[in-house]
Ligand binder design. Structure first.
Ligand code: RUB
Length: 310
């Protein structure tokens, strides 16, 4: 119990049973809440050590989505800042902050849907990539407002998260087309807007998202198609303002092809890529729609306290 259950959540995140930056963040918050409820620590110091160890375990599950450390930090910083207290007080605070993070996260996605839908016009063809709850919320929200839209979604090899996306959109009755990732440029002339999610957003406005996103941005730029990113403010990466680079996860080659069938061949599987800010028109957050150049302001406002804080 306790840390064991935290390790189980971390394993589910690494294996992608729990995936997508927002879901990962909420799962981490839930795991810290459960740990708080189960902890048998008798002293505040022991309790805090256990909580921090759990935080480290969760953070090391996947490296690219900053939502994961940001969720852990949101809770731990506030519990830590409460200073010395008895275990019961710290336990209650942990539960309260974890629930608060989860609720804020759910509401943030709803707001992003609402604000983002204002940028989708009746008759638009919208392209999306991978499976982003925030991007999908924008599309569903526009459809819910009665806009006659259609979606083109790329499959997102090697894990095919695009399949989840097309099923979810088709279930809403939205006209949806599935394409292979390499068909993106060929169909871009039919597209009015691209909406994708984010795993991390750097201080310079660059967006880190599922591998293939930057190629889509390039094709959109060439075709003068608007490129939107839908992302909660906890996807902004505080350490990037101090020059830290976002780590791009390289997953197991066997997700791409069976290495035994390709003797002597190096198979690589980078899971994310970086889209520079010049290819991004807008970032839709729950606090408003901003140009990518304003990313630094979001980081200062949301995470001013976080720099230098573990
Ligand atoms: C998922 C992915 C999503 C972002 C945003 O990658 O790149 O676009 O995480 O998703 P993976 P959301 O499947 O490897 O986790 O908007 O749901 O947070």
């Amino acid at each position: 119990m306790g840390l064991e259950q935290v390790r189980e959540t971390a394993d589910k995140i690494s294996s992608m049973e729990i995936r997508g930056a927002g879901r990962i963040a909420r799962a981490a918050a839930e795991a810290l809440k459960d740990l708080a409820l189960q902890s048998t620590a008798e002293e505040a110091a022991g309790y805090l050590d256990e909580l921090k160890e759990a935080g480290d375990i969760l953070i090391s599950a996947r490296p690219t989505a900053v939502s994961l450390p940001n969720a852990v930090r949101y809770i731990l910083h506030r519990v830590d800042a409460a200073g010395a207290g008895d275990v019961e007080t710290l336990r209650e605070l942990t539960v309260k902050r974890a629930e608060e993070f989860i609720q804020n996260s759910v509401e943030a996605v709803e707001k992003i849907g609402l604000y983002g839908a204002r940028r989708i016009a009746d008759g638009d063809t919208v392209m999306t990539h991978c499976n982003s709850a925030a991007a999908i919320e924008v599309i569903k929200s526009a459809w819910g407002e009665g806009k006659d839209i259609r979606v083109i979604a790329s499959e997102a090899r090697p894990r095919y998260q695009g399949h989840l996306t097309v099923k979810e959109l088709a279930a809403e009755g939205i006209p949806t087309t599935l394409i292979v990732d390499s068909a993106v440029r060929a169909v871009m002339k039919e597209v009015d807007k691209v909406v994708v999610g984010a795993d991390s957003i750097a201080a310079n406005g660059a967006v880190i998202n599922k591998i293939g996103t930057s190629q889509i941005a390039l094709a959109a730029h060439e075709a003068r198609v608007l490129f939107f990113v839908a992302a909660e403010t906890y996807k902004f990466h505080p350490e990037t303002q101090l020059g830290e680079a976002v780590e791009i996860e390289e997953r197991d080659p066997s997700e791409v092809a069976d290495p035994e069938e390709f003797e002597g061949v190096t198979i690589r599987n980078p899971a994310f890529d970086v889209t520079p800010s010049e290819y991004i028109d807008l970032i839709i957050t729950e606090k408003g729609i901003i140009p990518p150049q304003a990313a630094i302001m979001v980081i200062r406002e949301e995470f001013g306290w976080a720099v230098g804080w573990k």
